[in-house]
Ligand binder design. Structure first.
Ligand code: DX5
Ligand code: ZN
Length: 216
């Protein structure tokens, strides 16, 4: 498959959200990436259900919801009814990961697991066959606009090998510091979904930037 582009709304203009959603609808982007932060798992707080519902009202593409919150299982129902199509939980924020993943899938959503930059791929060995997606953080989660961590390439490589070895259907998504300078190398290494926030929304022509990221 050709790789997918998931613009992160964290860098959108929340006073003009409908405009930015419409722009993504009309662009070559594939998913909407929504970053949910609770001020505990990560130092920052982002947004919650009213914003997700507002996005869902206009979005014509799937909502890819990245939960940076402790004990996320408490809220799966609410994320589902707000419009989430894919839910990814952090390995570091969940105690019973198998249960969380099964719960997301039983509710009819796709399930992903996110790894922080320091978390080793091998920890996914006993869950990878159950996953629809693995999201590798290429910055420390919490903020947009941070610098890409180069060690991500070697993690993609290890993850790809694990996926092949376990005959998993999981797709590899990369989040943090992705831009037009590293997108091609990421895809060549094995990335299948690229999240980009500031590279898209802080660019002069977001539609064009999405097209460049998609057509590399
Ligand atoms: C960071 C978030 C990212 C963020 C990426 O914790 O998970 O999705 O929006 O922003 P950029 O692309 O600016 O690094
Ligand atoms: Zn994210």
């Amino acid at each position: 498959m050709t790789h997918l582009i998931a613009p992160s709304l964290l860098s959108a203009d929340f006073a003009n959200l409908e405009r930015d959603i419409t722009m993504i609808n009309h662009s070559k982007a594939d998913w909407f990436h929504l970053d949910i932060m609770d001020g505990t798992f990560v130092p920052n707080i982002s947004f919650g259900f009213p914003i997700i519902k507002a996005v869902k009202k206009y979005a014509q593409k799937p909502l890819d919801v990245h939960l940076m919150i402790v004990d996320p299982d408490r809220y799966f129902e609410q994320f589902k009814s707000a419009g989430a199509d894919i839910i990814s939980v952090h390995y570091e924020a969940v105690t019973h990961l198998n249960r969380s993943v099964q719960k997301i899938k039983s509710m009819g959503m796709k399930a992903g697991v996110v790894l922080n930059p320091h978390t080793n791929i091998i920890l996914l060995e006993d869950i990878i066959s159950d996953l629809d997606l693995v999201l590798l953080m290429s910055v420390n989660p919490g903020y947009g606009g941070q610098q890409f961590i180069e060690n991500t390439y070697s993690k993609i490589d290890k993850l790809k090998n694990l996926i092949i070895q376990k005959d998993s259907k999981a797709v590899i998504e990369i989040d943090g510091g992705v831009d037009i300078s590293n997108a091609k190398a990421l895809v060549n290494t094995g990335a299948e979904v690229l999240v980009a926030g500031s590279a898209i929304f802080k660019s002069e022509n977001p539609i064009k930037t999405i097209e460049i990221l998609k057509d590399i």
